[in-house]
Every structure is written in C-alpha cells, then in structure tokens.
Design a protein around this ligand. Sequence first.
Ligand code: ADP
Ligand code: MG
Length: 705
Amino acid sequence: MSEVVNVAELFGRNVFNETVMRERLPKSVFKKLKKTIEDGAVLDPSIADVVSHAMKDWAIERGATHYTHWFQPLTGITAEKHDSFISAPTSEGKVIMEFSGKELVKGEPDASSFPSGGLRATFEARGYTAWDCTSPAFLREDAIGVTLCIPTAFCSYTGEALDKKTPLLRSMEAVDEQALRILRLFGNTTSKRVTPSVGAEQEYFLVDHEKYLQRKDLIYAGRTLFGAMPPKGQELEDHYFGSIRERIAAFMKEVNEELWKLGVPAKTQHNEVAPAQHELAPIYEQANVAVDHNQLVMETLKKVAGRHGLNCLLHEKPFAGVNGSGKHNNWSLTTDDGINLLNPGETPHENIQFLLVLSCILKAVDRHADLLRESAADVGNDHRLGANEAPPAIISIFIGEQLEDVVDQLCSTGEATRSKAGGTLKTGVRTLPDLFKDATDRNRTSPFAFTGNKFEFRMVGSSDSISSPNVVLNTIAAEALKEAADVLEKAADFDTAVHDMIKEQLAAHRRIIFNGNGYSQAWVDEAERRGLPNLKSMVEAIPALTTDASVKMFEEFKVFTKAELESRVEIEYEAYSKAINIEARTMIDMAGKQIIPSAVKYASLLADSLGKVKAACPVADTSVQEELLIEVSAYLSDMKVALAALSDADAKCSAIEGNKERANAFRNEVVPAMEALRDPADKLEMIVDKEFWPMPSYGDLIFEV
Ligand code: ADP
Ligand code: MG
C-alpha cells in the first residue's frame, strides 16, 4: 500500500486563499479585498502594501525565495519572470527580504518578444502586468525551489490587452451586468452577481520519454509527422474507461496531489478512446479561475510526466488514425447565491426564465457561430474539427429530445403544454411544462450540447487556452441578454412580452438546433441548406474576429477594441505560418537525414542479398528480394521528389509578405506537400526491416507505454 494521503489537508496548501487571508490580514483590509474579489468592487490601492507583506511572510515561511507575476500572453501558454525577495545588500553585506505593494500590483517585464500583432512597436516595448486579485496567488514547488506566483493581466503602455486574461475579465463583467437585469425582471432582488462557471475536461496522451526523444517530430512539432498505423488501433475500444495501468496510475496520483496543493479541484480521471490517451476533469469554478487552473493542469501534467519517465503530449492530434485530444468547456451562468440560470427548474416561473435564457443563447450562438468556431481554432485543431472525429467544424446546438419538443410546441402553437420525458405539468398562466434534467440523452457528435444544466462546448483544442472560447461565450450571451432586457424592461405586460419573445427567438434561431449525427455528410449538406457557416480550417476561421458584427459587439461591451481584434488576427495568422513552417522543416530534416538514408541502407542490404544468393545458387528464387528492392526504390524516388517539392513550397511560402497571404499559402501549398511526403514514407515503414527504421513506430509509442 502506498502512503495515505489526507486530501482535505493537502487541498489548497499552496494557495493564498481566503482562510490564509482571514488569518493574516487585518480585518478591514481583508474585507476590502474580499469586496473586490467577490463583488467586483474597484481595488483599493492603499491595501496593496499590507497584502504584499502578508503574502511575502506566508510565502517565505514556506520556503519561497522568489516571486513572479504569472501571466498569459497571446502565445496561449503562460509566462513568468522570477525575482528573488532579496533587497540590495546593506553596508554590512546583509540582505533583507522585501516585497512591496507596488511589486504586487504592477510588474514591467521586458515584453518586446511577446506577440502583440502590431499593437506595440518594438521601440515602445513596455508592457505591464497587473495583479488579478480575483484569482488567488499560489506557491509553485519545483527544481528552482518555491516560487510565489501572482496571477496577473498583461497590457501595453497604452492600455491595450496583450493577453488572454484581460478580455476574459472584461467579458465576465459584461455578462454579469446583463444577466442581472434579466434576473431583476423575474423578481430576483437578492442575487448580487452572475458569474460564468467553467469546468474544462482535459484530454492528453502519455508516451515513454526515451521513445519521445527518438522522434524529432514529437520534439519539434508535438505530433508525429510520419508513422504507419500499427496492426491494432482503437477499434476494439478496449482502452476507453479501461483499468488504469500501474505506471499511469502512479503518474495520475502525483498529478492529483500536485493539483490539490494548488487548489485545483481535480476530480475525474480515466482512460480515453485512443491507446495511451487519458482525461482529467476538475470540478467547475468561476471562469477566470478555471482558465488559470486549466493552465496549471497542463503545466502539471507535463511536469509530473517528466518525473515518471513519461512525456505528456497535449497536441490535438499527436497520431494519425486514432482519436485526437480536445477539451470540453462546460459553461453555465451562476449567481453568487447559487442559482444556475441554465437550470430548467421545477416551477413554471423558473421554466419561463430558463426558456428565455435558452432562447437568448440559441440566438447568440446562431448569430455568432463563426466567432465561436474561431475561438476554438488553433493549428493542431485543424486535424480534428471537420476531420470526421470529435465535433465537426459546423456549430450547432444539441438540446435533446425533450427540449426540442418544447421548442416545437412553442413555435407551432405558441404554447407548450406537454413535456415529453413524462414530467408532470404545472399549470401556470402560460402553462409551460416542467422540465427535467435528461441525463440519458447524450450526443457525442455535437459541438455545443446542453447537458442538463450547462452547455458543453466540445470544439476546444487540448493544447489551447480556454480563455478565448469563454470570452466569446460570455460576450455573445451578454449581447443577447441585453437585447432581451432592453425590450422587456419597457414592456407593459411582462408575461405576454416574455412569452412572445421566447417564441420569436426560438423560431428565428431554431436552425442552429441539431440533434442528429454531426459526423455525417448528410448534416454537412443540411447545414449548408440552413445557411450555417462551415469554416473548415483555422485560416478560414480567423476573419470572423473582425467582421462588422464582431467588432460592433466587442466594442459595445468593451471586451475588445477594434485594434485589439485586428492585432489578434495578425498574431493568429503568424502563429499558423510559424507552426506549419516548423512542421515542414522537421519533415524535411527527418526525411532527408533519417528516413531516406535508412531506406537506402535497407535497399543495399537487399541488393547484397540478391547478388550473394544469385552467385551462390543461380537457380534459387530471388523474386522476394527483387520485388522488395523495386518497391523500396520506387518509394525512395517518390520521397525524393516529394521532399524537393516540400522544400520549394516551404521556401516560396516563407517569403510571402503579409500574414494573411502567407498563412493561406502555407495551408494551400505546404500542408498538401507535407501529406505527399508522408505517404511514401509511411509505405516504406511497412516494408523496411524494423532494425533499420530510425525511430520508434506508432505501435511502440502508443501500445508500449
Ligand atoms: P459530463 O459527464 O456530462 O461531461 P460531468 O458531471 O462529468 O458531466 O462534468 C463535466 C465537467 O462539467 C466537470 O468539470 C464539471 O465540474 C463541469 N460542470 C458540471 N456542472 C457544471 C455547471 N453547472 N457549469 C459549468 N460546469 C459544470
Ligand atoms: Mg463531458
């Protein structure tokens, strides 16, 4: 038996959380800080010194030597620069440990190398990090020692957001304000705040680290760029929910413990569909905390894997031929006093409020389907979305049979009097049926599914930050809720007005509802008839950021300025070209230096054998050697041609000016050239002696972890 872990004691041990603050801060300071954290009040700058002192003492008692402003630049991962607490040595050569309020609240990293998409010229490289007190500071323990990490937002000298956090916080304020207006209309006078709640299920692969080191594609690109399918894939579905092997179990145990210490509520773990694929899901939290915690989950998975001789692959598609990895972003709107606006409820009154919110979300998603799709775009996700696995690239909403029936009734007769799943009816003025959670009804192919009391957005890529999807969800919801509130606040007869609005919104946007098989060609055709966008790739999705509808909405709710949106467009195009360029160059390297030379060696072995056998025994049948030699030579020459073509395409596209043009060229010319090079290489792998093959095979990687 392994040592007993006291989870309750472990949980949050490394977090400067409410308990610690209550213990260590003067009451008045604690109260002020709590007001900012919980009610969104403006941060009182005068408390910074007191908080920073308490934080420093707490951190140093636990062995911390450094602090860092931990932020989320537009690379999609996190960034940090460590400073030790030491002051300048005194004349006696002694140092004291210092951490001022100023250092807590504001940082100024030399930010010239972070992507800014033209928002900041390099000669004006100033970027500031600002303390986000709504996400708790924490201690990170690793080889460096103990570091106090302070979650921060990152912006330019002129105040533009250069990160993934600032717009998220802005969008949370927007949806809070509008959702509260709706609650007030339904007579709720007690809730003070509405916050988006988010739970992100994280998929990942684990491979042996020694084998990982023998694959340049995994090292440079995070995914395999060559590789023939092993005899067995995932067809038996024997990995999904299968019992967890010892080596993996030991890894998961340590991941959980590390996360619990950081206050991340890791909850669920299981084997996923593909061999070597697993999942971890935490309990949902307030959106910005969930975003931070998902970053910590990714970081911890990688770090702990290293300690177990494993490597964690977060790429969306590490292996062709088996499932890729995603992140299910579960989203709902919750009040400070525990009301979930997406809970259907049990009384007609609650039902009406729920149906109004539901119809607003249908409207929001239908109207901004392109933006939502874009928010899940990253280079790796191009291999999943629309590629016959995971969700399709077309946004639609699954609401389940019972709710669809209610929508049908409302749209056809103006009233819904029945509830399909056999729920009892509560008669009210407008006789709406009681809605029950429908736990049995699941549709794995839907990109955006209503699952009882939350929406599950399943498009997000496994390596991507979940910030952008939640920025979009919060803002599009805020817009639809605002439009509803604007009308309903002026209505003479609220009951009639709300009833009419639900009906109208459902009728106008029901085309976005689809409960069938999202992977089928029939749906692709049907979606086209319905006029729903089908943005098949990242480069096709990026323009959604700066459509008139997008700019108008984001500016209205002060989530992004037009300049900020434009900068993100530039950054994304650039990120796409860079990633494909690295992949292409890695393939060129592997093909030229590893695969072709190995196949040539094998060909000469065959030729040797052929010559020797013929010399020794002229009547012996040497057709096997001959045919193999012909085949190997043919694939070799195919590879040579494809390699030259890829080099040319890569050079040509790299030279293109203009981020958009270059990204499109990479997609249209380099990506197909990469596929053309992979094809003969994978065929060679099937016939070349394994002893000669220069790297571990798919079988070695995913079946022998
Ligand atoms: P499912 O099996 O339907 O995916 P789970 O109960 O396993 O649902 O939850 C998946 C994720 O959704 C978890 O992270 C969970 O905490 C989160 N979740 C559950 N309820 C909500 C909610 N109301 N809002 C946001 N996330 C939620
Ligand atoms: Mg789920």
